[in-house]
Design a protein around this ligand. Structure first.
Ligand code: UDX
Length: 426
């Protein structure tokens, strides 16, 4: 927002994070963000504070970007941070200002918050403007979005949001579409998008299971399916499946909401999507067990990847780390290497060993697994590992390596979604 020319005040209740941001340090790994932060601090358009009073006095538009994690012990979303923010801000905010929710929330949340504010006598209006950015490409996703969704209850709110996003909508490039809609449709637009993406990934992973049972190859299948423009080739990468701070918890929250609304079809579909997703992890562990001769006790296993996807240091619900934990639970001596997510991984899974470099992680390994598709793993060649491992066994759980190269170098190469026949072909 600052880089678009607005005066911006960022508020967080965590004073440590506010201090870091004021010093030009981003508390997470996100390519391009530190440069942007420092440029806008220098330009004087961006400041940070822990004070709601300052925010209320300052803002014409208040974006609410708090987290909505999964409820402890339940599937629904924990809305306490969103509620705390609205409750703190509403009594202080100018009546003419607009509270704009960006957090992912169950359908019906914004309407309920509006009702609560009105009942308490506060005039400030609420709109919902969901966020579709992906980790790792957050800056470009934000500055060149496919669409802006504005859930509003008045023309005034729509006009204000059109002004805010004007710099992105103008220019006639036709890239970014603006959808003005109801609060409910806007909330659902985000959850439904994530549910669809999760379903697409689980669809190709269900096909991977069929490939494994029938001798077909899911990489070839995905390329052929994706050539149909009605299907499209994005989000058809078969492998270890989805994780992260959004897709898993959002589909669970959606299941909970659908069940509450009495709509079993959506909940049933997503339940299956999640089951398929989790089965990929146990399948990967089974492959490791098989390559180790049926017993992983004391076997050195090198796990390449900890982040839930490349370009991120996020290990929340990471399939990579989950597989490492399963193998550890089966008695393996697991050593993990990830180019950026090691600190977060070690904090989450202190029981695993971590190596500073890829060669250190692979030294003496009996099985190597590629579980996050970082470019440096995809670029690995057998010569990088052949001299240092104990046994030449590799599992390509993200389908990024060239099978021929590895087989020609006498490696046992196994991939997810490849049947025994296709696996044996060089
Ligand atoms: C997602 C949504 O894409 C984004 O619009 C929303 O705002 C937040 O949630 P993100 O969590 O950053 O973004 O990750 P995404 O790129 O969607 O990937 C999610 C997971 O799916 C990753 O674990 C990734 O490895 C996996 N994935 C993705 C696949 O397994 N196959 C694919 O083809 C694509």
């Amino acid at each position: 927002m600052a880089s678009l020319g607005f005066e911006v005040l960022g508020v967080d209740t965590d004073a440590t994070k506010v201090a870091m941001l004021m010093a030009g340090q981003v508390p997470i790994y996100e390519p391009g963000l530190p440069e942007l932060l420092r440029a806008e601090l220098k330009a004087g358009r961006l400041r940070f504070s822990t004070s709601y009073e300052k925010a209320a006095a300052f803002g014409d538009v208040h974006f609410i970007c708090t987290g909505t994690p999964q409820l402890p012990g339940g599937e629904g979303a924990d809305l306490s941070q969103v509620r705390a923010c609205v409750t703190a801000l509403a009594p202080l905010a100018r009546e003419s200002s607009l509270l704009v929710g960006k957090s992912t929330v169950p359908v019906g949340t914004a309407r309920a918050l509006s009702r609560d504010l009105a009942a308490a006598g506060y005039q400030v209006e609420i709109a919902w403007n969901p966020e579709f950015l992906r980790e790792g490409t957050a800056v470009t996703d934000t500055l060149a979005p496919d669409r802006i969704v504005a859930g509003v209850t008045s023309q005034r709110a729509e006009d204000l949001l059109r002004r805010v996003y004007g710099p992105l909508l103008g220019g006639g490039s036709g890239g970014t579409r603006f959808f003005a809609t109801t609060l409910e449709t806007a909330e659902l637009a985000k959850v439904a998008a994530n549910a669809f993406l999760a379903t697409k990934i689980s669809f190709i992973n269900a096909m991977a299971e069929v490939c494994e049972a029938s001798g077909a190859n899911v990489r070839g299948l995905a390329a052929i399916l994706g050539a149909d423009p009605r299907i499209g080739d994005s989000f058809l990468r078969a492998g270890l499946g989805f994780g992260g701070g959004c897709l898993p918890k959002d589909i669970r929250a959606f299941m909970a909401t659908s069940a509450e609304l009495g709509v079993d079809s959506a909940a049933g579909l997503l339940r299956e999507v999640e089951k398929i997703n989790l089965r990929r992890r146990s399948r990967t562990a089974d492959l490791a067990l098989e390559l180790a001769g049926g017993d992983l006790t004391g076997v050195n296993v090198c796990v390449l990847g900890a982040a839930f996807k490349p370009g991120s240091d996020d290990v929340r619900e990471s399939p990579a780390l989950d597989v490492a934990q399963i193998l550890h639970g089966l008695g393996a001596q697991v050593t993990v290497y990830d180019p950026v997510a090691m600190v977060n991984a070690a904090r989450t899974c202190p029981e695993l060993a971590y190596a500073e470099t890829l060669p250190m992680a692979a030294t003496n390994a009996s099985v190597v697994l590629v579980v996050t598709e970082w470019a440096e793993f995809a670029a690995l060649s057998p010569a990088d590992l052949s001299g240092i491992v104990k046994h030449k066994n590799i599992i390509d759980a993200r389908n990024v390596l060239n099978p021929e190269l590895w087989r020609l170098a006498d490696w046992n190469y196994r991939a997810l979604g490849v049947g025994a026949e296709a696996n044996a072909q060089v």
